[in-house]
Structures are given as structure tokens and as C-alpha cells.
Design a binder for this molecule. Sequence first.
Ligand SMILES: [Zn+2]
Ligand SMILES: [Zn+2]
Length: 119
Amino acid sequence: MDCPKCDGAQLEAIEVDEVEVDRCGACAGIWFDPSELGRLLDDDTQKVGAIMTGDDDGGHDQRVASCPRDGTRLVRVRSIRNSAIVIDTCTKCRGIWLDGGEFRRIKREQPGVKLGELV
Ligand SMILES: [Zn+2]
Ligand SMILES: [Zn+2]
């Protein structure tokens, strides 16, 4: 799949605690399927260290993006765990895109909130 935020970069599937997510090597953004994100946010920090990476440079966060799966324009919404963070979600397949560093920043906030409350 193409990275929704980088021109010409491809997402690479990586496995994190038996969950497969797609990460961009260029911007460290990560694509999550609907059930994956909540599970990984509630996981032990050391198990998900591989995706606690990247720094929010601001530029990627502002960029309008399309769903890497179906091309639908992603909708920008605030994370309920950390309202300073704007995440991109697909209204069609319900996938969620986190820019580099956003997973780490959201994970620091109140563990235990379930996925349905995230957006
Ligand atoms: Zn990228
Ligand atoms: Zn989609």
C-alpha cells in the first residue's frame, strides 16, 4: 500500500505483539485496521516498542490524506485520549492513520479506554 502522507513511499507490514500493522519507513506513520489500534494501545509498552517511534514534525499531520486501502478521503478527528492529537480515520473501512510519534503520545494518556471511544 502507498503511504497516505508521503509521495512515492510504500507501507511495510510489521508484526507487533501478533498484530500486523503497516508502517511507512519514511515518515514513521502507521496504518491500523479498526480492531488493532485499541488493542495495541492497551498493550504493555515493551511489547509495542517497535511502533513507539517517530517524531511529530507537524507537516505530515496537516497534510490531507486518502485511505491507503480504498482511496477515501481521511477525516481528521481528535483523539479522545489526548485531544492535542489529531488522527486521520477512514469513514469507509474505519482504518486509522497515526503520524510518526502519535501512537506514543496517545499511549501515554489514560490506558484502558476502548477503541469505540477513541474517535
Ligand atoms: Zn510516509
Ligand atoms: Zn478506508
